[in-house]
Design a protein around this ligand. Structure first.
Ligand SMILES: [Zn+2]
Length: 95
């Protein structure tokens, strides 16, 4: 492993928003999200006996345009989920 940044680059190759294809160019643009993968026991993990779950950090990048109206959260499987920053600009629905 002479170049540990290779994996990082793969994750950061484009905007995390699946509806957006903005290529990643600069860190100063948009927002970077960090998630600790493996902090929880994964039900899908094959090595259930491992006392030391492999922890790794993944980064997801949201381009500047998307960062204006969406953000990224992570579900139970640490998968990135793009969510709107706030409800659509419409009158609140009174219930
Ligand atoms: Zn984007």
């Amino acid at each position: 492993m002479c170049n540990p940044s290779r994996g990082l680059k793969a994750v950061l190759s484009k905007c995390v928003n699946p509806e957006c294809n903005a290529p990643f160019h600069y860190l100063r643009e948009g927002r970077l999200f960090r998630v600790d993968v493996g902090k929880k026991a994964s039900p899908k993990a094959p090595a259930a006996n491992s006392k030391k779950p492999v922890r790794s950090v993944e980064y997801f990048w949201l381009c500047g345009r998307c960062a204006n109206h969406v953000t990224v959260k992570f579900d139970e499987a640490d998968a990135p989920v793009v969510v709107p920053l706030k409800p659509a600009a419409r009158t609140a629905v009174a219930s």
